[in-house]
Design a protein around this ligand. Sequence first.
Ligand SMILES: Nc1nc2c(c(=O)[nH]1)N[C@H]1C(S)=C(S)[C@@H](COP(=O)(O)OP(=O)(O)OC[C@H]3O[C@@H](n4cnc5c(=O)[nH]c(N)nc54)[C@H](O)[C@@H]3O)O[C@H]1N2
Ligand SMILES: Nc1nc2c(c(=O)[nH]1)N[C@H]1C(S)=C(S)[C@@H](COP(=O)(O)OP(=O)(O)OC[C@H]3O[C@@H](n4cnc5c(=O)[nH]c(N)nc54)[C@H](O)[C@@H]3O)O[C@H]1N2
Ligand SMILES: [Mo]
Length: 732
Amino acid sequence: GDHRDLHLSIRRQRQMCIRDSYKKMLKSVVKKGFGGCPHDCPDTCSMIYEIKDNKLISVTGNKDHAYTRGGLCVKVKDFDKKHYHPDRLLYPLKRVGAKGEKKFERIKWSEAIKTITDKWKEIIKEYGPQAIIPYSYLGNQGLVHGLNGADAFFNKMGATVCERTFCGEGSCTAYLSTVGPTAGLDVESYIHSKYIVIWACNSVSTNLHHWAVIKDAKKKGAKVVVIDSYKSRTAKAADWHISPKPGTDGALAMGVINSIIEQGLVDNEYVKNYTNGFDELRNHAKSKTPEWASKITGIKAEDIKKLAFELATVQPAGIRMGVALERHYGGGQTIRAVTCIPALTGAWRHVGGGITQFPVWEHPYKFDVICRPDLIPENTRVINALQIGRALLGETHSDIPIKSMMCWNANPVTQSPETEKIVKGLKREDLFLVSAEHFISDTASYADIVLPAAMGAELEDMILSWGHLYLTYNEKCLDPPGEALPNNKIFQKLAESMGYKEEQFKWSDSECLENYVDWSAPASKGITLDYLRKNGYARLNVGTKDDRCPHKEGNFATEDGKCNFIIKNAKNFVAGPFRQMYEGNQPGEPLPELPDYVPPAESPNTNPELAKKYPLNIISPKSHAFLNSQYANMDSKMKVQGEQFVIINKIDANTRGIEDGENVKVYNDRGDFHGNARISEDVAPGIVVATLGYWRQKSKTGTVNSISSGLLADMGNAPTFSDNLVEVEKAS
Ligand SMILES: Nc1nc2c(c(=O)[nH]1)N[C@H]1C(S)=C(S)[C@@H](COP(=O)(O)OP(=O)(O)OC[C@H]3O[C@@H](n4cnc5c(=O)[nH]c(N)nc54)[C@H](O)[C@@H]3O)O[C@H]1N2
Ligand SMILES: Nc1nc2c(c(=O)[nH]1)N[C@H]1C(S)=C(S)[C@@H](COP(=O)(O)OP(=O)(O)OC[C@H]3O[C@@H](n4cnc5c(=O)[nH]c(N)nc54)[C@H](O)[C@@H]3O)O[C@H]1N2
Ligand SMILES: [Mo]
């Protein structure tokens, strides 16, 4: 008997053992899921996540995708490492040291939520809800967890509306006034272009997958022209680099328009049938000769004529505008002028001809449902995020002080202008700052409560694209580490604790997606959420790269279907795919009827007084290995990017006794930052370049935005990051 029992028991144990190891094996089998890169970048890559034991083990590009073609950039190719970075925030924290001292203590979620909402209720009681301001941007580009994800929540609260015009609103306003909300020239159709102008965009670093198409077109014989105020990586790879002084592209574009007309290269029939105001434009452009433009831009008149000639005669000609084109006081008018060019030349007649701004205009998103502008109480004030420093110090308004700010998906301390004001504001003892983050960013450093946010593979979403014509799905493949939560969940908890009853505040991520996308729009024909779950992405129904020619016969998205060289009785407005559609935030001054050159606010030509003190014009474009300020805390990315550098011409370095590699201080009245001088012919005398994204907490003093101004540009309240004068000296 004993013997038999023992035998059975061994057998049972063996069976259990086999079952356990089988289970274990099953668990450790690698699972795959579809990812969408959540970063604020035109490429919005389709990716493949690999998961083992509830852990992300690799991230690769989705090879099936016709546009992103399986390639990932230097930032995201090891996205899994970012998920498990040792500094990743895992638990809610409360501040226990002085503001900015970064001394925090772990607390429970329940305590965090109660502390926040108790404080908000108290503020609302004493000052009203407008004493609270939300601050978010595209740190996460998801429809659910991204920029607009909590607009409904703060609109319900009646908080101050934070106007976010960081990136493209000037460009959008100008573009929409001219051709309306059309996606224009498909980025993929550039394969058919014979002449490609990349105007103020550093594609090699910031739009890698478009660059791949351009390289293919180049192989087929296309000429690639890059218009950039310095010899960027992209400019170096071009057939022709044209280098206007910062903020003078408007003069260049007007010179090109003048020259196209003077050389008799206008497509008269196209102009007659599909445009408004040619006669007025011709008269207006008469005095804007290439010689006139040459004096302003520093480009030879001959080159301006040649650019005009080639743009008109080598077809199909495609123009890709970068957002940097809007980053000076006259940015809006510049984009008005550039957007007129393909209609003048008739480039729109051809597949591969025309202009690309943001293809997002043909994406079927229901921003009214996402943002709920209908919940905004009447007369709610608007504060522009580019002036958040001024606002925190009470300089933008004298009515209700800002007593609390909640910041997520954004890092104003490094990314917004006038950093020193922001930091001073965030240090205010009476300001209650809540920050939802992945890391103790430069902004989270000043927070009273820090909430840990989920990342990439840990949440379900669809990722917006402002650079191509695909919908992109991101699957939730695993649970977040520690107690991190997706943004949507964080705001659900806050809504519940505030007592907000709207159905929307209970929608799961899937329900949000069902409600946020217009699945019955013509562009989404044949696409469902289930289709995306199975395939990862889908091209919108807007024609193919080989046949899409949206304005062959006019059909612009304007009122009368024509391209507006002239706009009559128009008021300045703020257009942008991601802004809140709220009438209260329209600047509303009359807009000039015809495109023109509007000089920069700070340049030796237009502000000689200031230039005596600060003679150098600085531009602060994106860093190759960072995504705005993200990744600048990762050693592996720092290795690729290098320490903060300041590119300066030999002449400017010599007069200041600066040697290559030496540490220098860059400064003006607004603040200063340090970097290593890089003496180079890549910049002309009078210009310095320092790229963006380095962390303040790792810097000697400030960062590039310490010197930048909060002045808003001529259209769409755009930033003026390329419109700042500084002086550079050896650091002591
Ligand atoms: N690697 C990397 N990629 C990114 C980002 C990143 O941080 N890093 N950020 C993403 C974001 S948010 C955006 S908006 C896009 C932006 O991508 P881009 O549109 O490429 O913008 P920037 O890098 O700011 O500037 C592009 C180029 O414009 C030039 N420039 C600046 N001022 C002027 C001017 O007045 N005239 C002319 N002609 N040229 C000028 C700069 O020298 C620079 O080379 O990139 C996205 N992709
Ligand atoms: N001088 C100068 N300044 C510039 C520019 C320039 O060219 N020159 N470019 C401007 C442009 S184009 C832009 S778009 C802005 C960008 O400005 P921001 O959007 O403020 O830039 P990021 O550094 O990307 O900050 C995003 C933050 O969100 C966090 N984050 C990411 N994902 C999530 C998430 O899912 N949940 C939560 N809670 N947090 C998350 C990240 O950790 C990061 O700290 O900067 C602008 N600033
Ligand atoms: Mo941006």
